[in-house]
Write a protein that binds this ligand. Structure first.
Ligand SMILES: [Mg+2]
Length: 304
């Protein structure tokens, strides 16, 4: 029997606001006990894998090592090294991005950089200005991920790499190339690290545009958890759909421990659907078909 391996998004899946989501520690324990391959895959380029080990240790998951993490910063460094080894870079981002590029021996260059690489985190205005100048002089624009904002708390966000890249796109007229989820390159690389064949990989995430979209497009199974950015009602807005919807990762712990697939169509996540649709029996087709109700949407604001 071939082994199933799991890629897990972090924010909204295993923690929120420096607080572990119930079931996260038990799930990692179950993965470890059963020898199930797993890898955390995050679009956050601000932290290094080492930082993430420490962060999770503080939150209550110990025993991890840097190899358990693949960030969009590592993805960007992999990409640049593969497509243009020995290129030079000018970074606008945080330590996680700088360390990843440095590990691949891509030199910092504020005079004639081949690439301006944009991530998120503590960003000085002078570096944005310098990035603009370098792009004007011919540098190409690369972003670690397309996320326009990052959650800070349940009610607050901060600008993300996508927003910063959009600033430079507007000021220079150049289009950025975006690494990280949902770029297939992120999923392909993460799968290589996991060491499991593509049809045996399950991606677990909370965001439709990145986690679910990317995994569906590369042919992986995509499990959506409702502990983060997506609510069940939102699913109708998307053309692509997760292969499975769960209330949270806690729903998966028993299944990993016993190796027996859970009763997918009886996931507690669907209780709400039943009460919304009045149907008590779900169809045998795609488990999310039933959610595809059409809603009247307001006309979006004109942008052009
Ligand atoms: Mg997330």
């Amino acid at each position: 029997m071939s082994t199933t391996g799991y890629l897990l998004d972090m924010d909204g899946v295993i923690y929120r606001e420096n607080q572990l989501i119930p079931g996260a520690a038990a799930l990692v324990e179950a993965f470890t006990e059963t020898g199930t391959p797993f890898l955390f895959v995050t679009n956050n380029s601000a932290l290094t894998p080492n930082d993430l080990v420490v962060k999770l240790d503080h939150l209550g998951i110990s025993g991890l090592n840097p190899k358990h993490f693949y960030t969009s910063a590592l993805n960007t460094a992999d990409f640049l090294q593969e497509t243009h080894s020995n290129c030079t870079v000018y970074t606008i981002g945080d330590a996680g991005l700088m360390a990843a590029l440095n590990d691949k021996h891509l030199a910092n260059d504020s005079i004639g950089a081949d690439y301006v690489v944009v991530g998120e985190g503590q960003v000085a205005a002078e570096r944005i200005l310098k990035g603009h100048e370098l792009i004007e002089k011919g540098a190409r624009l690369v972003a670690t991920n397309p996320d326009n904002w990052c959650p800070v708390s349940a009610t607050a966000t901060r600008p993300g790499a996508g927003a910063l890249a959009a600033f430079l796109e507007a000021s220079t007229g150049c289009r950025a190339y975006y690494l990280g989820k949902p770029n297939p390159y992120m999923f392909i690389k993460a799968r290589q690290h996991l060491g499991v064949s593509v049809d045996q990989v399950v991606m677990i995430g909370d965001t439709m545009e990145t986690d679910i979209r990317g995994s569906i497009e590369v042919g992986m199974q995509a499990y959506l958890v409702l502990t983060g950015s997506t609510e069940l009602d939102d699913l109708a807005d998307y053309v692509y759909q997760p292969t499975r919807v769960m209330n949270s990762i806690a729903d998966l712990v028993e299944e990993i421990r016993t190796g027996k697939p859970g009763d997918r169509l009886n996931s507690p996540a669907f209780d709400k659907v039943k009460s919304l649709t009045g149907k008590t029996k779900l169809g045998a087709k795609h488990q999310t078909d039933i959610i595809g109700s059409h809603r009247i949407r307001p006309r979006p604001a004109m942008t052009k």
